[in-house]
Design a protein. Structure first.
Length: 178
């Protein structure tokens, strides 16, 4: 343990703590283009679950063979849909007991896509705190596009949305590829 030269007089807020966890989880992402991490927290500020982007179990990792949407299938070269399961869904799976997510808060490095928002709504997530907007990669890597449907669904269902405005303390650029 590090000894402090001066007595400590403050500590991280809950938002700072959980968002920095989500940013760190995003570093486990296997996607070449979107690093996403998710941390689910209950009303008592206890972590329920953590997730990050990655291929389904046993599938190719994009950082190893390329993106299916941009580079194509590693054997045929044919462009295909994304192999990844998003951080939000992996976090739900990692929760083991999905009922613990009802009323929870999601801290996420990247705003959820529409498909994830549908799952978040069904799970009963009450608040989403995000760092950056999500932009879906178009097939063939020809730019990105915004998904307005995700925010519309959250608004319709009363899911509170808040952009994170606190400090990032961890010493890694979560966008930089290692």
């Amino acid at each position: 343990m590090t000894k402090l030269k001066e007595p400590k007089t403050s500590r991280l807020s809950w938002d700072e703590f959980f968002m920095n966890m989500a940013i760190l989880a995003a570093k486990r992402t296997a996607c070449r283009y979107v690093e996403a991490g998710a941390v689910y927290v209950d009303k008592h500020n206890r972590v329920i679950s953590v997730g990050y982007n990655g291929p389904t179990e046993g599938d190719y990792h994009c950082i190893d063979v390329g993106c299916a949407k941009v580079d194509g299938d590693p054997q045929t070269g044919k462009l295909k849909r994304c192999r990844g399961a998003h951080a939000e869904v992996n976090g739900m799976i990692n929760a083991v007991d999905i009922t613990r997510l009802r009323g929870a808060t999601l801290y996420t490095a990247t705003f959820p896509c529409y498909d994830c928002m549908k799952s978040l709504n069904n799970a009963g997530i009450r608040e989403i705190i995000y760092l950056e907007e999500y932009a879906r990669i178009k097939k063939g890597g020809r730019g990105t596009e915004k998904e307005n449907e995700a925010r519309e669904l959250a608004d319709t269902r009363g899911i509170k949305i808040r952009k994170y405005s606190g400090k990032v303390y961890i010493n890694c650029d979560y966008k930089k590829k290692n």
